[in-house]
Design a protein around this ligand. Sequence first.
Ligand SMILES: [Cu+2]
Length: 112
Amino acid sequence: MSHNGYKIMKSVTACVLFLLVAGLTGCATAPPTVSAGDTADTITYEVYGMDCPGCHGGVEKNLKKIPGVADAAANWKEKTIVLTLAPDEEVSHAAVEQAVKDSNFSLGKRID
Ligand SMILES: [Cu+2]
């Protein structure tokens, strides 16, 4: 089972999608930090490469290590991660990207 090859392909797809989205919005660089905004304390990202519930543990653990993140929940079926931020906290976009990468998945765009 070429699990890794599949993941690399997904990573490349995610990168291309990210660049497309960034290009369309006229912004080539990701914002350094993201906040949940005034009305919510969660942020949701697309994540590529998760293909079973077993994938959740590692990525959730790595995300919870990020300063400002109170909780993290992954959903492989919906291909999302939901970060719950500590009150009045912002989180580094680069840190989220790195935590997902360290878990061998790739971060897509923020969807909520
Ligand atoms: Cu899995």
